[in-house]
Design a protein around this ligand. Structure first.
Ligand SMILES: [Zn+2]
Ligand SMILES: [Zn+2]
Length: 402
């Protein structure tokens, strides 16, 4: 999470205003997308001869506007002291935007803990698949399982942790059934005792452009450009984790693995919420994408791989940032928190729950309740207000689509 600093200012009508400076446009990830999204799309389309699906371009465009005051904002006013605060709109996308992904993660985890998962002990089972099957599932994602009693009422029966032998046998059963299922669906082909990935049916445009990107992603290779198909560099600790003693409750067979060592006690709702946040975490996080001194882009892995790898490195970094833009900035707060939709915890309440930051009450007088007084969407009005707040400007960028 970005540090948030407060800037008391004056709005055109003389009311005192402050806005939270989160500066999404100054993250490495933002600059990379801003500088390279258009050429990424052009290269991919040129090399596959087909158009990338619209949703990919939309994700980039929405990410580049997310949390930027220059693209519109809400004006909130404290009921007690009349102090104003500006809150930029967020994109609320599911795919790419790390700040919206982080909000959704917090929201989902809190919802699961408050409304879905009963007060029983919970064990996390993690099944990892070999790379070829990861590609298959990236292209055809479907999954799910739950069990109910004969009377229709689900009842909880606690079981002991599996033994290593049981875990091994379970993984073997999972592999056998998964391979049978994939063969039955035509995704795998058995021939002379060997199993192969089936040739995909005549690919549509979408599959033709997405498949090379998915393949590059699951094999950690560079997707296009002068180093296409090369593996990304990895940086690691001196000591591979494989050298460490074998982990308990973890089985490995032929590139599949099953891990069941993480368990939360029935009363430990805090740990359960952390676990739910972990399993719903977004694909990318701003803080883990950085440029090193050599100008290379480094992606820090959340958990080191078993071979000790801690970072993935893309050889060329983005060009140096233009002069520091005192750009219009934003917070991760948004309209949602005032509308109070049922079963939707507001971002403001989530911030309070997770980071102990209060976004619902006035920071100026220390307690007044904030209410929306206007949604500012028109360019001239946006510019007028931001101009009075200081040297702010919209980050300039080419849009990736029309
Ligand atoms: Zn967003
Ligand atoms: Zn106040």
């Amino acid at each position: 999470m970005q540090a948030i600093a407060r800037q008391p200012q004056r709005a055109p009508d003389g009311a005192s205003v402050h806005y939270e400076r989160h500066r999404p446009e100054q993250t490495t990830l933002y600059r990379l997308v801003q500088q390279h999204a258009a050429s990424f799309i052009a290269h991919t389309e040129a090399s596959t001869g087909a158009e990338l699906p619209r949703f990919i371009k939309d994700e980039f465009d929405a990410f580049l506007e997310c949390g930027i005051l220059a693209h519109g904002f809400l004006r909130l006013r404290c009921g007690d002291c009349g102090h104003d605060k500006l809150v930029a709109f967020s994109c609320k996308r599911r795919g790419f935007c790390p700040s919206c992904g982080a909000r959704r993660m917090s929201q989902t985890a809190a919802h699961l803990v408050d409304h879905v998962i009963p007060h029983v002990p919970v064990r996390q089972w993690v099944l990892s698949l070999p790379i070829a099957l990861r590609l298959l599932l990236a292209a055809q994602p479907q999954d799910g399982v739950y069990r109910c009693g004969g009377d229709g009422v689900p009842s909880f029966v606690e079981v002991d942790a599996p033994t290593d032998d049981e875990l091994h046998a379970l993984l073997q059963t999972l592999i056998t059934r998964l391979m049978k299922l994939l063969t039955r669906r035509g995704a795998l082909v058995e021939d002379m005792g060997e199993t192969y990935l089936a040739e995909p049916d005549a690919d549509g445009d979408e599959a033709r452009t997405l498949r090379p990107l998915q393949a590059a992603a699951v094999t950690y290779r560079i997707a296009f450009g002068p180093r296409a198909r090369h593996e990304v560099l990895t940086l690691g600790d001196a000591m591979p984790r494989d050298a460490a003693p074998r982990q308990p409750l973890c089985a490995d067979i032929d590139g599949f693995s099953l891990h069941a060592a993480v368990r939360c006690e029935a009363h430990d709702r805090k740990r359960l919420e952390q676990l739910c946040r972990y399993i719903t975490r977004p694909a990318l996080s701003d803080e883990r994408v950085q440029c090193n001194a050599a100008g290379q882009v480094e992606f820090k892995l959340k958990t080191p791989w078993r071979d000790g790898t801690t970072h993935l490195v893309v050889p060329q970094g983005p060009a140096q940032p233009q002069e520091a833009t005192e750009a219009a900035t934003a917070t991760e707060c948004e309209a949602e928190h005032v509308q109070g939709r049922p079963h939707h915890i507001s971002w403001a309440r989530l911030l309070q729950r997770v980071f102990d930051i209060d976004m619902q009450h006035c920071a100026h007088c220390g307690g007044g309740e904030l209410k929306i007084v206007a949604a500012i969407l028109e360019r001239p009005v946006i510019e007028k207000i931001l101009k009075h707040l200081g040297p702010v400007s919209a980050p300039s960028r080419p849009r990736t689509g029309q």
